[in-house]
Design a binder for this molecule. Sequence first.
Ligand SMILES: Nc1ncnc2c1ncn2[C@@H]1O[C@H](COP(=O)(O)OP(=O)(O)OP(=O)(O)O)[C@@H](O)[C@H]1O
Length: 304
Amino acid sequence: MSVIEVDGVTRRFGEVVALDDVSLDVGAGELVGLLGPNGAGKSTLLSLISGQRRPDVGTVRLMGGDPRDALSRISLGITPQETGLPATLKVREVVDFVAGHFPRPVPTGELLDQFGLTEMARKQTGALSGGQKRRLAVALSLVGNPRVVLLDEPTTGLDVGARQALWDAIRRYHAGGGTVLLTSHYLEEVQALAERVVVIDHGVVRADDSLDAILRRVALRRVVLTVADDLSTWPGVVRVEQVGGTGADGGTRQELFTPDADALVRDLVRADVDFRDLEIRGASLEEAFAEMVAAESPLEGATR
Ligand SMILES: Nc1ncnc2c1ncn2[C@@H]1O[C@H](COP(=O)(O)OP(=O)(O)OP(=O)(O)O)[C@@H](O)[C@H]1O
């Protein structure tokens, strides 16, 4: 069953075409990563799915109904990019307040526990750090026991530990049958969580496929080894990146990009090149993304 159905949707803001004939179907229980550079149209798409805006052309269905109808949204949780929390309410009070709007909320204590917020339950939200506020904002999207959640850059601004904890919470929700559509500028976040990736750029869907299939589109493999020789002009090596300093034996850790890792390794062995600690890696989502979106795309530095 489709939880989200976006069919031939165009949305303009004046002269700007934020979404251009976008179609997207998300089935129950899917975890979909929506990836795109700044201004690609991701937030606009989420705002149409959550009924905050209407498309100019095309249709959007949420749980089979009109997302502008409150009944369709009863099964929806959402964490927007920026969340305004009432600064003088305590964490527990905010959770209770939001829970009060839903027929089957997650018990407040349980939710606080899941998101590591128990110790700050009595703190006013105005006294929380940016990362704690973000955790609370994502927790609030799940308080109503939703069947689907829309997370707009859920872990922006979080440190590594807090991000991992949030990923675990998202995974748990998904493992329990929940449907997730998340946007992220962190490619490793999409790679870590999503089973399916939708790449959007300039309002157009550029790719919509399983994470594995998207990664397979990138032809290059990475052969990582420590070697003293300069292999940048070796046949079959497209590019070399140095990934570590020079060791006592004169060897440096190098990453060789090649279309055929097997052939390259066979050649190196045949030529008796003295390498060690060989590793072969597939493409990263970052490389796949760069191939799909124009080189001058403003996503530079997106893997912060
Ligand atoms: N309320 C608005 N008024 C005018 N233009 C808007 C409005 N909201 C979005 N836009 C424009 O629509 C396009 C898509 O914006 P959107 O916020 O959906 O992109 P995004 O992919 O979410 O970007 P980011 O990653 O920076 O959050 C941009 O060109 C943006 O300037």
